[in-house]
Design a protein around this ligand. Sequence first.
Ligand SMILES: Nc1ncnc2c1ncn2[C@@H]1O[C@H](COP(=O)(O)OP(=O)(O)OP(=O)(O)O)[C@@H](O)[C@H]1O
Length: 249
Amino acid sequence: MNTAVGTAGRAATGTRIDLDGVCRRYRVGQTTVTALDDVDLHVDENAFVVVLGPSGSGKTTLLNLMGALDAPSAGRIRIAGQDITAAGPRELQRFRRRTVSFVFQSFNLFPGLTALENVQFGADVAGRQDAGGLAADTLGQVGLGDRVRHFPHELSGGEQQRVAIARALATGNPVLLADEPTGELDFRTGVQILGLLREQAQAGKTVLVVTHNREISRVADRVVELSSGRVVSDGPPSAGRADVSELRW
Ligand SMILES: Nc1ncnc2c1ncn2[C@@H]1O[C@H](COP(=O)(O)OP(=O)(O)OP(=O)(O)O)[C@@H](O)[C@H]1O
């Protein structure tokens, strides 16, 4: 696999992320659920950050806020200096298309589209030139050059996740947000996917991976640990950064 995946045609330079005093509360009937509680988080460009926490600690909420899929109840979020909490609908639409890309646990590929068409869709939405050529190149770079005409159901879970990563990379967007990207994969395949995501930070993107799996956090530059919606620790992995090949789970 190639470390320069998805960089063709648009700079892959990472983007700074700043959260100040971010809260997200949900009102359900008479009950208020506080999913995130006064979170301050500042992520440098080109970082590989793992957000670690148990179920219900607020990981997905955090990622969705950073990607402008959701809005905070209080606080401010700036991505590349742009205050997305103050942005209007048009600016937000542009931000979602041109700045952030998501990778999900369950891949979220379009079942009726081939691998190539899925990836081309990502490039098209982001307004890339020659989306078809770019999609083919990106699939080649994630090791699926010979599977471009295959539909998702003709690919293994790991291959589907590589298509999903290629779709995210073909956008050329500088921020990659991955929500439990190895959650449905066996260990060997999960390690390959983590290696691919890590390479993206090395190639210049800002990459955040959400997981409940502490072992995965060992390969991060930085581990942000959440508990009950609050950041309870933030720093490099406690035993030093491990190589992807050293992981066991
Ligand atoms: N739409 C919603 N309405 C009400 N409560 C919600 C909503 N979305 C999330 N929550 C609550 O917010 C809290 C944080 O949820 P979140 O999905 O962010 O946690 P998580 O750490 O990603 O969990 P998991 O690892 O299980 O996916 C949980 O208590 C959850 O029940």
